[in-house]
Design a protein around this ligand. Structure first.
Ligand code: PNS
Length: 160
């Protein structure tokens, strides 16, 4: 079985992430969406909330499994018996960071390959941080995130 892992912070998951996940499901037998627990980023949603939203948003895909992890990505990929990491590439701005991560992960474990899927033009500008900022200012995010995420953002900013 060819299993891929799509890692990320998913704070929150967007239609851009879902596009990459969907395209990965057409290439691999199983796609494990790996939600990073510890991240240098200060997240808006807790690990439980981020994982639950990814589960809800990907429930239509039969060959997607959602897990969270709190270790090196390459170690988690080995645990999951996945030797391909699938990542989305948006604009040139992503390239330098992904280039560095690819080199680092390759050095840590050269059994793990990273494969990139280019985001389509309509999602090139889309990021979780843009979604968070827009939602915090009461902007309409319905074309950027699935309904469950839109609701979660409303609840989060109503509380804050
Ligand atoms: O969605 P993001 O924030 O771009 O995802 C980044 C992520 C989670 C893929 C990256 O931070 C990661 O791989 N974290 C796991 C810890 C790790 O292996 N870091 C690289 C070596 S220090």
């Amino acid at each position: 079985m060819k299993r891929a892992l799509t890692p990320g912070t998913f704070d929150p998951i967007t239609y851009g992430h879902l596009d990459i996940i969907k395209r990965a499901t057409a290439i691999f037998d199983e796609v494990v969406v790996a939600v990073a627990e510890s991240t240098p980023k200060n997240t808006l949603f807790t690990i439980e909330e981020r994982t639950e939203l990814v589960r809800e948003a990907t429930k239509c895909f039969e060959n997607v499994r959602v897990e969270n992890f709190d270790c090196l990505l390459v170690d988690f990929a080995r645990q999951m018996d996945a030797h391909v990491l699938v990542k989305g590439l948006r604009a040139i701005t992503d390239f330098e960071y992904e280039f560095q991560m690819n080199a680092l992960n390759h050095q840590l474990d050269n059994y793990i390959e990273t494969s990139f899927i280019m985001s389509p033009p309509k999602f090139m500008y889309l990021s979780s941080s843009i979604v968070r900022e827009l939602a915090s200012l009461n902007g309409d995010v319905s074309s950027l995130v699935p309904p469950c995420v839109e609701e979660a953002l409303k609840r989060k900013f109503a509380k804050n």
